[in-house]
Design a protein around this ligand. Structure first.
Ligand code: HEC
Length: 405
């Protein structure tokens, strides 16, 4: 019964994360687009208007003006966009706890590669999420960030790259992708709450009190906001890469994550390009997309093949496969699995069959090829210690037509 409530908890939290995330990214993209689309007013009658625009949506006509605010024009009611970011982060952290920390030995680490215990992997996760924010924020608050933005950018990117390799080294492929996304997502939310909102508050207060607001504050806030827009696509790509075993199950997953950043940031750059001189960025963007596809295609499937101990000309007997499935798969893929953390028959795959197992495996050929043979992302974290030659035997039997004899 426990898994049942945990499944609903996952569902509710995931749902919240998605909805708040859509609201946050939607509004931030809208403002990004708006800033790029606003035009300087032609009439001299509106000195406080920096830009204006007419829009039509669902039959309604909207006139938007971007203004410098003065005590006289300060509205009584001012809408702030702030909870979208906060709730996206809170629900994201809940999801991290539910899906990864509570199931750390299967989700955080990979018995094939790390020396960490499940507990240590959680410390590493919490530690890096907190520390990297202070590194990034401290950097941009320092003289380097204020005077030498190019250098600050290079250092920021090297923090991200180091984190990608650190995560890829210690965490399972899935956890590595999620953590790099969570790290950048944390920077984005902290940018909003620690830098952008307080700056806006100060400007509003100053205006209300009749003082001239410090427009340098607005400049600093804008800088963080621009960072956020560049991080958005990479973070989305990383979070969604969890559904694509070729990306997270790849031995070069750190490189793949970095290519996602180049590609995502490039797309963002082109999206708001007003003058054509910015289009040169399409070249590295397209190059990173191609590199991404090719890197993801180079799998470690050949790893075992060279050193393989099994005879690839043999006809694999079904009884051999039955035995492997019984020992390495049924622990999870059953109605009442021995490892119950994933619930009954995870992924909708039930393999504790007395009849028709061969047909079932045959119908799953593509998925088994992808998860068990090519990307080795199944069993998760190789909890049931599936051996390399067993993987090969499964692959060989499938390629021989998955016959039940
Ligand atoms: C530790 C538990 C566990 C073990 C052991 C395990 N699986 Fe899975 N399997 C899962 C979970 C959880 C999912 C669903 C999530 C996912 O796709 O990663 C899944 C999903 C699958 C899928 C569906 C994948 C898809 O893309 O839809 C297949 C096929 C599969 N497993 C085959 C196997 C085979 C074959 C074995 C034995 C060699 C095996 N599993 C061992 C937990 C396990």
């Amino acid at each position: 019964m426990e898994w049942y409530f945990s499944e609903w908890a996952h569902y509710v939290v995931r749902w919240t994360h998605l909805i708040t995330g859509i609201a946050w990214i939607g509004s931030s993209f809208y403002f990004m687009w708006l800033d790029a689309a606003l035009e300087k007013p032609k009439a001299q009658t509106k000195p406080d208007v920096e830009g204006e625009l007419w829009m039509v949506h669902s039959g309604g006509f909207y006139e938007v003006e971007r203004k410098r605010i003065t005590p006289a024009t300060m509205p009584a009611k001012l809408h702030w966009f702030k909870y979208e970011a906060l709730f996206t982060w809170i629900s994201g952290i809940c999801l991290l706890v539910l899906a990864y920390y509570l199931n750390a030995s299967a989700m955080m680490i990979d018995s094939g590669k790390t020396q960490l215990t499940a507990e240590q992997s959680i410390y590493l996760s919490v530690g890096t999420l907190i520390i990297t924010w202070f590194l990034y924020d401290g950097l941009w608050q320092s003289t380097i960030g204020k005077k030498l933005p190019g250098l600050a950018l290079a250092i920021s990117l090297s923090i991200v790259a180091s984190a990608a390799f650190l995560f890829a080294h210690y965490f399972s492929g899935r956890a590595a992708a999620i953590h790099l996304g969570a790290m950048m997502g944390t920077w984005m939310v902290a940018n909003v709450w620690v830098r952008i909102l307080p700056a806006q508050s100060k400007m509003v207060d100053a205006t209300r009190e009749g003082r001239t607001p410090d427009y340098a504050l607005s400049g600093h806030a804008k800088k963080r906001s621009v960072h956020n827009t560049y991080m958005t696509f990479p973070v989305l790509f990383m979070m969604l890469s969890n559904h694509f075993p070729h990306t997270f199950g790849n031995s070069m997953n750190a490189v793949i994550l970095l290519l996602m950043i180049v590609f995502g940031a490039g797309v963002r750059h082109v999206m708001v390009a007003k003058d054509r001189s910015r289009y040169w960025i399409l070249v590295p963007t397209a190059a990173s997309a191609l590199a991404l596809v090719f890197t993801a295609a180079t799998q470690k499937e050949s790893d075992g093949a060279g050193t393989s101990k099994i005879d690839r000309n043999q006809v694999v007997k079904f009884s051999v496969i039955q035995d492997i499935v019984q020992r390495r798969c049924v622990t999870c893929h059953a109605d009442k699995p021995a490892i119950s953390t994933f619930g009954p028959s995870p992924g909708g795959v039930k393999l504790d069959l007395t009849q028709g197992l061969a047909e079932r495996l045959k119908s799953l050929t593509d998925k088994i090829q992808l998860r068990v043979i090519q990307t080795r992302t199944m069993p998760p974290a190789n909890i049931s210690h599936l051996q390399d030659d067993e993987r090969e035997l499964i692959g060989l039997w499938l390629s021989q037509g998955a016959k039940p004899e």
